[in-house]
Design a protein around this ligand. Structure first.
Ligand code: HEM
Length: 426
């Protein structure tokens, strides 16, 4: 039975949401293809799904009409007011500008080197050519970036647990679970309690000279011209952590999983690497991620009664207060945005991808992710005869949670290996 037949046959209420969630988790591409073709705007009892690229871009480009207000319930008690729960305020304008200034592009080569080294060391330490990617590489790479490049230098276990709980509660709590939200708020409190003395010590000492992102932000905040208070520094440092770890980990794991499923994609990516064409290698990574992105939806809140899909036969009015599920994953398979969408085509313009969102809330960490994710993937894929472990161990295990927890890969230990992390450049 197709998605729409199942959805239409389900009783009103929770059951219909259950159908959507089940398809999202099992076969989202088929579901979205059906929706784009037959019902591009689908009203469900909890949210309205927007699936065609033109409508997705329309909604995401009008931030005051379609807002992120609904994020306030999850984010404010955890990290305080933050850009991803506000639209067209000074928080978005001024703080995003300040944060962009301290996440400097001239760091990106060092980010890439760090990602490559962390991955290469884990691979070289693995015994018998086998490794569980998630704890040893996919989470560890962003963890070290947060500690060493961002300068948020809390202990490993604290960072990992705060980032898991906040990312889960803020963005993956579907269907809604009160305990997940409570853990998100508690993690935010613990994170802020750790950060206050950490930041206070920085303010009490001489300006650092800007070695890392947090130190730069602290240095900037000493200047009245920057207009950023201590509380605002704190919220933004929290936001850096919330965004970084599970997102990058999931992307790394899912790209490697795709590459191992499609030997011809893997061969093409490795050929680009062998030619020393890092940009081309990276393009293969983000094209592979399109086939299994970390999320296929951004949620928005309709502030006024509006028509979506104006001028089309499927135009629909949404009333003020409607939650919109803006299906970026669907848009990335719409021929209007991605010609021949089912074809693996690493020559697509990088601007067409929606992995890092678009518009007002475009990801602050996108350029960090754009170098750290592919470099980590590159180190793993170039291991000789890389393959997934046999049986269930070689598939992504979510352990009934929102993020990848395990996947074991294997490689041939007798063959000569590339020098760890060789050929890294930004
Ligand atoms: C360095 C690591 C990262 C950091 C610090 C970070 C941080 C952020 C922040 C602060 C925002 C909100 C921006 C705003 O409201 O203006 C954001 C948005 C977003 N990020 Fe990231 N992020 C990181 C990595 C990633 C990765 C790896 C992905 C996916 C592959 C991702 C996907 C997104 C998406 C889709 C949005 C838009 C959300 C929306 O429009 O509702 N992020 N990120």
């Amino acid at each position: 039975m197709g998605f729409l037949a199942e959805f239409d046959a389900a009783p009103e209420g929770e059951a219909k949401i259950g159908v959507v969630i089940r398809w999202l988790r099992s076969d989202w591409r088929t579901m979205y293809t059906e929706l784009r073709t037959h019902r591009p705007i689908l009203k469900t009892p909890a949210f309205t799904m927007v699936t065609r690229a033109t409508d997705v871009l329309d909604v995401l480009s009008q931030p005051s009409l379609y807002t992120v207000r609904a994020n306030q319930r999850t984010m404010d008690p955890s990290v305080g007011p933050f850009m991803l729960a506000r639209d067209e305020t000074e928080i978005n304008w001024e703080e995003k500008g300040l944060l962009r200034a301290v996440l400097r592009w001239d760091d990106l080569q060092r980010v890439r080197q760090l990602a490559g080294q962390v991955a290469a060391v884990a691979l070289s330490e693995a015994e018998a050519g086998s490794l569980d990617l998630v704890p040893t590489i996919a989470r560890r790479v962003p963890l070290r970036i947060v500690q060493n490049m961002f300068g948020f230098n809390a202990p490993d276990e604290s960072i990992l647990s705060w980032s898991f709980a906040t990312q889960h509660g803020m963005f993956r709590n579907l269907p809604f679970n009160q305990e997940v939200l409570a853990r998100c708020h508690a993690a935010g409190e613990a994170m802020r309690a750790w950060l206050w003395p950490f930041l206070a010590a920085k303010w009490a000492s001489a300006p650092s000279g800007g070695e890392d992102t947090v130190s730069r932000l602290v240095d900037l905040s000493r200047l009245p011209a920057a207009g950023i208070s201590a509380e605002r520094v704190l919220s933004n440092v929290c936001g850096l952590l919330v965004g970084a770890i599970e997102t990058m980990s999931q992307a790394i794991v899912q790209v490697i999983d795709q590459m191992l499923s499609y030997p011809e994609w893997l061969a093409a990516a490795l050929a680009a690497d062998a030619r020393g064409d890092i940009a081309e290698f990276d393009a293969h990574v983000f094209e592979a991620l399109r086939f299994n992105p970390i999320t296929t939806i951004q949620f928005r809140f309709a502030e006024a009664d509006r028509e979506i899909g104006c001028g089309t036969p499927y135009a629909a009015t949404v009333s003020a207060g409607t939650i919109l599920a803006v299906c970026t994953g669907s848009a990335m398979f719409d021929a209007a945005l991605m010609p021949e969408p089912d074809k693996f085509d690493p020559t697509r313009p990088s601007q067409s991808y929606l992995h890092f969102g678009i518009g007002h809330h475009e990801c602050l960490g996108r350029y960090v992710g754009q170098v750290a994710i592919p470099e980590t993937v590159r180190q793993v894929l170039r291991m000789p005869s890389i393959k997934r472990a046999a049986g269930a161990a070689g598939s992504i295990d979510f352990n009934e949670g929102p993020f990848p927890e395990h996947i074991i890969v294997e490689w041939c230990v007798s063959a000569p290996t590339a020098t760890p992390a060789e050929g890294i450049s930004a």
